[in-house]
Design a protein around this ligand. Structure first.
Ligand code: GLV
Length: 326
């Protein structure tokens, strides 16, 4: 009997056809939004699932799909997956590390540049027909070259962000709970979180999401930052307190922000939407054709590996392996 696989969101049609050749497939090429109950219903007799960070994998879902052997996330972040619950139910959980490092780092810089140089605001102004005459002081932005960049969360993507700073002649300070070995630090220097917030000219946040990092940047942290600073969040919604950030931006306690992730996606805090000094993108940091293809293919490989009894490289809950469902 062919194994059953569910793909929860629309992905490239040629990849869907590849999967259909190997599995009995339930897909969602119309990209409908499935409720938790609809997801559970479709996964009820599935052996594997390819899913995205929009779908929650928890005890309730896993209890409703007793055949499921693998939850393969097409994302590097996995705060949508309760790993302990997966392990309890014998389900392997996997993600897509590394293949999106460079695209995500590029987008972090796109947001930093756009927010610092007021690209969104000045473009809206131009398109609205306000450009009647050029003035010397128009849309003066923040200096990037030669300043100090802070990276909060120097994992694989954080390091790719830090490397790019060299081209801008920027010094890089970073904070992680644990200092990196010298070989991985590159030209960056570890400091405490408080020193990082106080010292840097601009800050990019790149820590994993979830309860441990919820509101890691709130009003107390924002108050430590320079009022001329730009803050970029390409990590996860909720790592930055959007309400506190909007208040700081409105009051001029922070110069600008570039945000790709939000607390209640796809809803965006109304006070952020109203601000000219916030550049906002809809969670697209890894969205290039090449990177999205690499993510989907890696997620498919993870799924195939588990269903064929091979231990996948990107296994998130290694403890499950010896007592996984067969
Ligand atoms: C995107 O947000 C990802 O986690 O891959």
């Amino acid at each position: 009997m062919r194994l059953r696989v569910v793909v929860t969101r629309r992905i490239f049609p040629e990849l869907i056809e590849e999967l259909r050749a190997r599995y009995e497939l339930v897909d969602n090429q119309e990209d409908a939004v499935w409720s938790a109950a609809q997801l559970a219903e479709r996964l009820r007799d599935a052996d594997g699932a390819l899913l995205t960070s929009g779908e929650r994998v928890d005890d309730a879902l896993l209890a409703a799909c007793p055949q499921l052997k693998v939850a393969s996330n097409i994302a590097v972040g996995y705060n949508n997956i309760d790993l302990a619950a997966c392990t309890r139910h014998g389900v392997a959980a996997t993600n897509t590390p590394d293949v999106l490092n460079e695209a995500t780092a590029d987008h972090a810089w796109a947001l930093l540049l756009a927010a610092a140089r007021r690209i969104g605001e000045s473009e809206r102004w131009l398109r609205a027909g306000h450009w009647q005459r050029w003035t010397f002081e128009m849309f003066m932005g923040a200096e990037l070259h030669g300043t100090t960049l802070g990276v909060l969360g120097m994992g694989r993507i954080g390091r790719a962000i830090a490397r790019r700073a060299q081209g801008f002649g920027m010094r890089v300070l970073y904070h992680n709970r644990r200092r990196l070995p010298a070989a991985e630090e590159g030209a960056a220097h570890w400091v405490t979180k408080e020193d990082l917030l106080r010292a840097v000219d601009h800050l990019i946040v790149m820590v994993p999401g979830g309860t441990e990092t919820r509101h890691l940047i709130g009003s107390a942290e924002l108050a430590l930052m320079k009022p001329t600073a730009v803050l970029v969040n390409v990590a996860r919604g909720g790592v930055v307190d959007d309400d506190a950030l909007a208040a700081a931006l409105r009051a001029g306690r922070l110069a600008a922000a570039g945000l790709d992730v939000f607390e209640d996606e796809p809803k965006v805090h109304a006070s952020l939407l109203a601000l000219e000094n916030a550049v906002l993108t809809p969670h697209i940091a890894s969205s290039t054709r090449a990177t999205r293809e690499a993510m989907a293919k890696l997620a498919m490989r993870n799924l195939d590996d588990v269903l064929q009894g091979r231990r996948p490289a990107a296994l998130l809950n290694p403890d499950v392996w010896d007592h996984r469902r067969h």
